[in-house]
Design a protein around this ligand. Sequence first.
Ligand code: KG4
Ligand code: ZN
Length: 334
Amino acid sequence: MKILGIETSCDETAASVLSEGKVLSNIISSQLNLHRKYGGVVPEIASRKHIEVILHVIQEALDLAGITIESLDAIAVTKGPGLIGSLLVGLSVAKAMAFARGIPLIGVDHLEGHLYAIFLETNPPFPYVGLVVSGGHTNLYIVKDFCNYQLLGKTRDDAAGEVFDKLAKLLDLGYPGGPIINKISLNGDPARIHFPRAQLSTEFDFSFSGVKTAASYLLKSLSPEERSSMIPHIAASYQEAIVDMLVDKTFMAAERMGVSTILVSGGVAANTRLREKFMEDGKTRGISIYFPSPHLCTDNGAMIAYAGWKRLQRGDRSPMSLNAYSRKDLMRIS
Ligand code: KG4
Ligand code: ZN
């Protein structure tokens, strides 16, 4: 079965062709440079760029896969969560193509895509605990099988990626902040400043507002000279606090659920300290850790095609009235 996956939930226009779950092509057109000067994604600009480039991106994905639209057996498309205007571009194109060709359309939840991206490279054993950590989400799941998972917890306030971006903004370092803070932290002492680690009564939820507020107060209390000499230490200590919270909660979830496999995906999964700490702790605790390759951790069409393929195999189909949603928590789907 050849399936086209289309992803336009945020600022990446992406399309991929899979054949029996194997990637034939995976094209991603990033809008990062358009949004950089605004310090974040501007929804209207994102939608307008998607509509401009989507057909080129799809054509490139088909060309690279060496097929034409006539050989496609189904179309998978992200239906949410994400920016509504952006999602509607992908949905409209997917519907038009499925209708014109008379082939099945399957709407895919974006987070479900992230949870299965790893299967494009290897086969981790079920069940596993999945942490999806990006600029829009910090969600923890127990994944029992394909199409069978449950949300255990999520952030109460900002997503972890946003918290990285916030510090970079406070320090005037640019956007997106995650990779910048990650790089600067290499020259800093992570133990120099103690940022708070939130303890929530709800077991598997996260909260990053404390660390964000603490950083903003600290910066206000420093002179310009102190501030510039402290930047690497502030970055490293801040990063350490975020990493500690993510790692601790995820291992706690694995322990409580009695599973010995963890998957980490989403843009923040590129963080080198996060990877290092997960790997170190995994070794000591006897838990296998899986990270998809960086290009499959961030938004892409291949993960959407894969999740769509699994749903199509169960006989799922979406109607032509399929609509987009901006926010929805993935609860139990079985
Ligand atoms: O998954 P993604 O590309 O887009 C969505 O948010 O959907 O994630 C982007 C987020 C940004 O907040 C960015 O700062 C963060 O991931 N990020 C990182 C790193 N690389 C990207 N955060 C920490 N360390 C990194 N190396
Ligand atoms: Zn994403």
